[in-house]
Design a protein around this ligand. Structure first.
Ligand code: BDR
Ligand code: CA
Length: 321
């Protein structure tokens, strides 16, 4: 039986790769995409989700509009660095036509709450942008906080952040939301920079997609080449682009790809370390650990899985297409 999954995306080039990873996975049943903000405005993210789902042959997957800004703010503007890494349109200025379908009437937060009520342990939620939708669902529904199984991309435990020495981009968008999520969630897995900066893609792999010549492959190659070029500028020592968001989906499919440290997490919300993910000293001696943080990854096996699944989508053979 495939596992039900909801992706909460700020699409975003690596979010697009995460979407493709899910659509290339026979083990997963994508029941919906909830849009958040970060790499792009929430509306632009939803637009990209709909367009990509149509391109990948799955226009039946519903997309829900999420919260437009952080809990403690009343608006949101895309950071210059985000636009540099993902392009103004979020997908590296690659062109994909608007989808025929629009977003659902139901809000992302209501859909998240209802889905956990309905599927319980048969659902995993993978947030890969700002954690605002997830925290809002937890604030509105204690049952959601108690029962949701979450694998999120964000944070950095053993390495510095990528927007400041302390903060990773997704956590930095809304530290209060991320803090609420890790303090109130009962099953939260963190896939942070500790592992995602070890999983890199290069022009060699995008070249293989390009040779397939399908519209799906061309879009994936164009967007990812833009992302690799941005990484070549901001982090040339890496020699490729970080597969942040797809790794979170991969771990939702197969947790044995990473080594997990059980821990009670918190997020600093004050002072210079605002946005830092770290152990909560007030829960250090509690027996129950509500989070797990990935501290090591089987890079070779993940990259094999990634290429197998992405190539399936690139050939126009997404699961259920
Ligand atoms: C995370 O930030 C976003 O820019 C990426 O899509 C990824 O989710 C990496 O820090
Ligand atoms: Ca993202």
């Amino acid at each position: 039986m495939p596992k039900n999954i909801i992706l909460d995306l700020d699409t975003g080039i690596d979010d697009a790769l995460a979407l493709a990873y899910a659509l290339g996975s026979e083990e997963l049943n994508l029941i919906g995409v909830t849009a958040t903000y970060g790499n792009v405005l929430v509306g632009d993210g939803a637009r990209n989700d709909l367009a990509l789902l149509e391109l990948f042959g799955r226009p039946d997957v519903p997309v829900y509009l999420g919260e437009p800004h952080a809990l403690a703010k009343d608006d949101f503007e895309v950071l210059e660095i985000s636009a540099f890494i993902h392009g103004k349109n979020g997908i590296g200025e690659a062109e994909v036509p608007d989808a025929a379908a629009g977003v659902q009437e139901q809000s992302a937060v209501d859909f998240l709450i209802e889905s956990v009520e309905r599927y319980g342990d048969d659902l995993v939620i993978v947030p890969t942008g700002a954690m605002t939708n997830i925290a809002t669902a937890m604030q509105r529904s204690e049952a959601f906080a108690r029962n949701a199984h979450i694998v999120f991309m964000g944070g950095a435990l053993s390495v510095p952040g990528n927007v400041s020495p302390w903060a990773e981009a997704n956590i930095n968008q809304d530290p209060e939301a991320a803090d609420y999520m890790v303090r109130h969630g009962r099953d939260v897995t963190m896939i942070g920079l500790d592992v995602t900066l070890q999983t890199l893609l290069t022009y060699k792999e995008t070249g293989a997609w390009r040779e397939l010549g399908t519209p799906q492959a061309t879009l994936l190659a164009d967007a990812t080449d833009y992302y690799i070029r941005a990484y070549d500028t901001v982090a040339p020592h890496l020699g490729g682009c970080g597969l942040h968001d797809p790794l979170a989906v991969a771990v939702a499919v197969d947790p044995s790809l990473v080594q997990l440290l059980p821990i009670n997490l918190k997020v600093d919300t004050e002072g210079a370390t605002r946005g830092r993910t770290i152990g909560d000293e007030t829960r250090l001696n509690e027996e129950e650990k509500t989070s797990r943080v990935a501290v090591a990854v089987d890079v070779e096996r993940f990259l094999e899985e990634f290429m197998a699944r992405l190539s399936r989508v690139a050939r126009g053979e997404a699961v259920g297409a």
